[in-house]
Write a protein that binds this ligand. Structure first.
Ligand code: ADP
Ligand code: MG
Length: 140
């Protein structure tokens, strides 16, 4: 079933020149980009975006990191794109991520893991709405 997901190339990915590398992988896997822009989240916005993680030990570090520089945010569309994107990303902890995944190849620690991807249809809807309005979602 065709669905949409929110992808973020995190500030470490931007700083290390990995925008093209990540987008190439999405395109080669047949995931369509239906919206894209560069944003610089404030600390408050990062806390709002990651609100479900509030109270976790890594929350402060994560929201400091996500507001430390620009990110590229994208909406990807394809059949089963939520799962397929997470497969391309690899596990949250890059040391446990499968060979050939983005995180396995490029993450530098558990926080600085290059990419974000929605984990369910409900979070995808919240996350897409957080960054994009109807006019910005160009469709296919
Ligand atoms: P994912 O990004 O794979 O969906 P989570 O939603 O569990 O992972 O966590 C959100 C983000 O918080 C992770 O991508 C990572 O940047 C950071 N994070 C998660 N767990 C840890 C941890 N134990 N230590 C440091 N950072 C973490
Ligand atoms: Mg998550």
């Amino acid at each position: 079933m065709k669905e949409r997901t929110l992808s973020i190339i995190k500030p470490d990915g931007i700083a290390r020149g990995l925008i093209g590398e990540v987008i190439k992988r999405f395109e080669q896997a047949g995931l369509k980009i239906v919206a894209m822009k560069m944003v610089r989240m404030s600390k408050e916005q990062a806390k709002e975006f990651y609100a479900v993680h509030k109270g976790r030990s890594y929350f402060e570090g994560l929201t400091d990191f996500m507001s430390s520089g620009p990110s590229v945010v994208m909406v990807l569309e394809a059949d089963d794109v939520i799962a397929r994107n997470r497969e391309l990303m690899g596990a949250t902890n890059y040391e446990e991520a499968a060979e050939g995944t983005i995180r396995r190849e490029f993450a530098t620690n558990e926080r600085r893991n290059v990419v974000h991807g929605s984990d369910s249809p409900e979070t995808a809807e919240f996350e897409i709405d957080y960054f994009f309005n109807a006019v910005e979602l160009v469709g296919t």
